[in-house]
Write a protein that binds this ligand. Structure first.
Ligand SMILES: [Zn+2]
Length: 316
């Protein structure tokens, strides 16, 4: 008995090596391009739509509304559920006058990190979660489905997949849901300022704002606006090259809105940033009619795929 079982024990290391080798073989035999495609293909249209529906269901995400901390906590809890136990709120104080009332309130960015192989360089993937509606009382109603639950949905979906795949990025990825963008890019001004003050190396910043509306889906090719800054043209060109490989989109550049979203403070702090944006603007922009029902999540998922490819490619 003893002799026999010893024999099996001797074989055990060889057997374990075989198991490990077989398990790893698939990963090792994929080229970088194949690995990027393998990850990007996992973006789900129904996931994106469900996150947007969930955020619209919060009633309002207006930065001065009483529920603002609760909204941030709910987004943080999503990150935790996706496998980011250290996801946290990063708060800052804001004083703003709105409709003749002055508010002095804490605001809450949500930050979730995936540790990179290099510990001192970062990639920021962000979108603002606050909303606004001009035709209602935004303190109680501002659904903000396209602007900008769609952007937050992109950040969440990328965070979900990258964690599930156990991807170990080169740079630490910081996923950020920004507060108070609609009142003047406050969440990103705070966050970018903090990175700059700490002297952190930011390899790139990817921003999403309004990515689920397309006026006529039957008209092809579908377009995506990749907005860049004067220090990020090369990065923009890399993103554009990955577009047709990993999505059905045709990229173009219209930088008119470059200073109107959360990538701008990062650029102003000296970091390379890109801003992914839909090509059409809906008539329900900044109204209580900005609803999930008007979104096209096949289009949205193509924008997520195109940008996700860049994030994995630059982090391989
Ligand atoms: Zn917006």
């Amino acid at each position: 008995m003893q002799t026999k079982s010893k024999k099996y024990i001797c074989l055990l290391p060889a057997f374990l090596m075989l198991v490990v080798f077989t398990a790893c073989q698939k990963e090792f035999t994929l080229t970088k391009e194949e690995y990027v495609q393998h990850i990007v293909e996992q973006v789900r249209t129904d996931s994106l739509e469900s996150y947007v529906r969930w955020m619209e269901g919060m009633g309002t995400r207006f930065a001065l509304a009483d529920n603002r901390r609760e909204v941030a906590v709910r987004i943080r809890n999503r990150f935790i559920a996706f496998g980011y136990p250290s996801a946290r709120l990063d708060s800052f104080y804001l004083t703003r006058t709105f409709r003749e009332i002055t508010y002095s309130l804490w605001q809450y960015n949500v930050v979730a990190s995936l540790e990179g192989r290099e510990h001192d360089s970062f990639i920021i993937v962000g979108a603002h979660y606050d909303s606004y509606a001009a035709d209602s009382d935004p303190l109680t109603l501002a659904p903000g489905a396209n602007d900008n639950a769609s952007g937050v949905a992109a950040v969440l979906e990328i965070a979900r997949i990258i964690r599930k795949e156990r991807f170990r990025p080169e740079h630490t990825i910081r996923f950020v849901a920004f507060a108070a963008e609609e009142l003047g890019l406050h969440g990103s001004l705070y966050q970018a300022g903090k990175e700059a003050a700490a002297g952190n190396k930011i390899a790139m910043m990817i921003n999403y704002d309004m990515i689920s509306y397309i006026a006529d889906p039957s008209s092809t090719p579908w377009l995506v606006n990749i907005i860049h800054y004067d220090n990020s043209l090369a990065l923009r060109n890399e993103a554009a090259e990955l577009c047709p490989v990993n999505s059905t989109l045709t990229p173009y550049s219209d930088n008119t809105s470059m200073n109107r979203s959360d990538s701008y403070p990062y650029y102003m702090s000296g970091f390379k940033a890109l801003f992914f944006h839909q090509s059409d603007i809906e008539t329900t922009y900044h109204t209580s009619g900005d609803r999930v029902s008007a979104g096209n999540f096949d289009y949205c998922s193509e924008i997520v795929k195109a940008s996700f490819a860049l994030i994995v490619d630059k982090n391989y």
